[in-house]
Unconditional design. Structure first.
Length: 477
């Protein structure tokens, strides 16, 4: 036993829902009268290990690098070790979210012990901490997708857990390399009711501030999430309509999102800004006669929104010009009511800059017609004519890969889900006995990062109250 050092482990709460963040703090202290030099508590040094044991004696173990190993990134040994000098009576604390380091823990009661490596064959043990995992019951989930923030952006999902009539809102972050790997899954608050919930996408991954938005009745609530707290900071009344995904939190702490309202025979878009001091700034950016149907929004690298939408069978494109002045133009007319629109932003090697691309997709009886269009220069870039092998299919989601090739999540009349790309065979996405609508909710296609060995298309849905992930197709960067 090392009496010169002590290691203290604290777990943030006693009971967690499956996959909920298990936040722990670990403090190493110098109890000696002399200074002590130690390996610093960093991921690259990797001197910290955890052992978790359930009531049956089954063990789970992890280190600070476990997420990288599960993500297919691998260990990152330091080129040179970094050191920590502790003065007499001094200490160093770190915070760890065990949910990001461990595989999913089953329901049960657990004890956890931390180990600090003091030498190749010697470890300093912490006290034992205890916690319980209870079953999750997800009744709603929505992942924020913005196709301008694509390659290494994690997946941000707002979801609701229900237990005994009580509902709790969560904000989950999943790995861009392997979507089933949870990075964080924080309980936001207990809510009375909801229509929809959305997480914002941070403009910079390392920034401290991000937001979550949820609608309860005709009131849209706004929550601020930081490293230290989750705070309710404001709300909108129903006059501004429904919140449109995705919201974005800029690196300066400002939240931006759009809402869509219907008043009489007019459809109205509002741009909502929640400034870093939490003040609201709301501006009408479009008003038109008719019904806005499908729509898609991206925020470009300057944090400025671009919107594509259908209005009475025509497709419009709108962007900000000269700051906050918005200009809308009709790019196609008479496309029908079943068209899908999707905006993405891609780097163009031709003119060496990022450009916005509009994909619009029409479904006919026995085929899908999908086109990529430059809405600024008004020219077609590519067209896809995709035959469907069976009838009675409906498009549920359109997604573009990094080569701008479309993929489609389809549903048939029997409740089965299918994946179809612009080339190749149509593939079954669900298993026997799985039905949507039916015993599945919230099916969503997710495209993992092209910079990882796990690059591919995943399907995530909720079954039996739990998240299910399935890799449907491996892709090559």
């Amino acid at each position: 036993m090392n009496h010169r050092l002590s290691l203290k482990l604290d777990v943030s709460q006693e009971v967690f829902v499956e996959s909920e963040s298990i936040k722990a703090s670990l403090t190493i202290s110098n109890n000696d009268s002399q200074p002590i030099r130690l390996e610093d508590l960093t991921i690259s040094n990797n001197p910290i290990f955890f052992k978790i044991v359930d009531k049956s004696g089954k063990e789970f173990s992890c280190s600070l690098q476990s997420l990288r190993e599960r993500d297919g990134v691998g260990e990152t040994p330091p080129l040179e070790k970094t050191w920590l000098d502790l003065k007499p009576g001094g200490s160093k604390a770190i915070r760890v979210d065990l949910v990001s380091l461990l595989p999913r823990l089953p329901v049960g009661v657990y004890e956890v012990t931390a180990y600090y490596r003091t030498s190749p064959l010697s470890f300093l043990l912490s006290n034992k901490a205890f916690f319980e995992i209870v079953k999750m019951n997800c009744i709603y989930a929505k992942t924020t997708l913005d196709y301008a923030w694509y390659d290494n952006t994690p997946f941000y999902t707002a979801w609701v857990h229900e237990n005994g009539g009580a509902r709790y809102l969560f904000s989950m972050i999943s790995s861009s390399n392997s979507p089933q790997n949870v990075l964080s899954n924080e309980r936001v608050r207990k809510i009375a009711g909801f229509k929809e919930a959305l997480c914002s996408i941070p403009a910079v991954l390392e920034q401290e501030r991000r937001h979550i938005i949820w609608t309860d009745g005709n009131v849209t609530n706004i929550g601020l999430i930081t490293n230290d707290a989750i705070t309710h900071i404001g709300q909108l009344d129903g006059d501004y309509g429904a919140t449109i995904s995705p919201p974005i939190t800029t690196e300066y702490g400002e939240l931006k999102f759009l809402t869509l309202s219907k008043k009489g025979d007019e459809s109205i878009f509002f741009l909502v800004r929640v400034l870093s001091n939490n003040e609201l700034d709301i501006k009408e950016v479009f008003r038109g006669v008719g019904n806005v149907g499908r729509h898609s929004i991206i925020f470009d690298k300057n944090r400025s929104p671009h919107i594509a939408f259908t209005l009475d069978n025509a497709i419009f494109y709108m962007e900000a010009v000269d700051g906050n002045v918005f200009k809308a133009k009709e790019v196609f007319g008479d496309v029908g009511s079943k068209v899908f629109v999707k905006l993405i932003e891609r780097f163009s090697a031709v003119d060496m800059r990022y450009r916005v691309l509009l994909n619009y997709t029409l479904q006919e009886d026995n085929r899908i017609v999908s086109s990529n269009f430059d809405p600024v220069d008004s020219k077609h870039l590519s067209n896809y004519y995709i035959p469907l092998p069976i009838r009675n299919l409906s498009i549920l989601q359109v997604m573009l890969d990094d080569a701008n090739s479309p993929y489609f999540l389809l549903g048939d009349g029997d409740g089965n889900l299918w994946l179809k790309g612009s080339r190749g065979e149509m593939e079954r996405a669900t298993l026997d006995g799985e039905k949507y609508p039916g015993n599945l909710i919230a099916p969503t296609l997710l495209l993992s990062s092209r910079y990882n060995v796990n690059y591919g298309i995943y399907l995530r849905y909720v079954k039996g109250g739990e998240f299910v992930y399935r890799k449907l197709k491996a892709l090559r960067a």
